[in-house]
Write a protein that binds this ligand. Structure first.
Ligand SMILES: [Zn+2]
Length: 317
């Protein structure tokens, strides 16, 4: 039932066609030669360029100038696995164990306040060969801050994180996935790339556990970036269970999970103009789920939106 909108849409929006595909087919495979005639074009670059607005040469030039990274152009079955909102005293060590068992690498976009409280966990992340990146000093929506306050938060948090890990911090993901041109310029001016994502299991929602995995791999394209969370879970053990299932499915499909830095060595970055406030960020995450077959997903999503999200606000990253 690709293309069928649920009976309770949040709002009328145009959903990219690729997000309607595969939900009813189950989990997709990464092998570009696995019988899909259009597979040769199914890279994060192709998809992200299609989602860019404005389109055309001018849009491409603007994205190159002021775009955030959402993947790389490649046909190889590689992706960056990224965690937001940690470190968490229970979740993150468990996640590190699972990543080690599977031989996977990841980038942790940390909240500096959490990192300062758990220096041993941060050291373990680095020692295991993973990457530490910045999500914020706290989980503050920077689009609601004055330019001066946003600059102080971003630069101060980067400095504290660099002191903590003893190395440069190269990547920044804004809390909630909200961004203004001002906050973007501040982050880039601070020497960091702004990194978004192209795939997510929507682990901030209370979906059926298997459905989280289906949603994430339905969206994942070669060279993509997957967003997961290691912050406080809605239920004990849920984060670890989900990661285990995601990596199991990745292995089955021939995918290799990398850090953002390693992914960027695999191809030219895909940049998108990515400026949005909270409502747009929430819609961007929830709208594809409204094309799903199971009406229970809609109910779960709407219930979560009325409660506190894991980031201290309604839903998303
Ligand atoms: Zn977050």
């Amino acid at each position: 039932m690709a293309g069928k909108v649920s009976e309770q849409p949040l709002v009328s929006v145009v959903i990219p066609a690729h997000q309607t595909q595969g939900v009813e087919r189950g989990l997709l495979r990464a092998d570009p030669s696995a019988g899909d005639a259009s597979a040769g074009d199914r890279s994060a670059g192709t998809e992200a360029m299609r989602r860019n607005a404005p389109a055309g040469v001018a849009g491409t030039a603007l994205a190159r100038l002021a775009g955030s990274v959402h993947g790389v152009r490649t046909h190889d079955p590689v992706f960056a696995l990224t965690f937001d909102d940690g470190p968490h005293r229970l979740n993150t060590p468990r996640i590190l164990t699972i990543l080690a068992d599977r031989g996977a690498r990841a980038t942790f976009f940390v909240i500096v306040r959490n990192a300062i409280g758990l220096p041993g966990v941060v050291a373990d992340i680095v020692a295991a060969g993973h990457e530490v990146a910045l999500h914020g000093q706290d989980h503050v929506d920077l689009t609601r801050c004055s330019p001066r306050a946003a600059a102080a938060m971003i630069r101060g948090a980067r400095d504290r994180l660099e002191q903590l890990i003893g190395r440069r911090v190269r990547y920044f993901r804004p809390p909630y996935g909200t961004q203004s041109l001002v906050s973007y310029i501040i982050a880039r001016g601070s020497g960091m790339e702004v990194v978004g994502w192209s795939s997510s299991p929507r682990d901030f929602l209370d979906l059926d556990l298997d459905r989280h995995v289906v949603v994430a791999f339905e969206e994942l394209e070669p060279g993509g970036i997957m967003l997961v969370h290691d912050g406080a879970p809605s239920a004990p053990g849920r984060r670890g269970w989900l990661l285990g299932r995601l990596l199991e499915e990745a292995g089955r499909g021939g995918w290799t999970a990398l850090t953002v830095g390693a992914l960027l060595q695999q191809g030219e970055p895909v940049r998108r103009l990515w400026f949005q406030r909270r409502a747009e960020a929430v819609l961007g995450e929830l709208a594809p789920l409204y094309l799903a077959e199971e009406p229970t997903s809609d109910v779960a999503a709407s219930q979560n939106l009325t409660s506190q999200g894991r980031c201290g606000g309604p839903a998303t990253a």
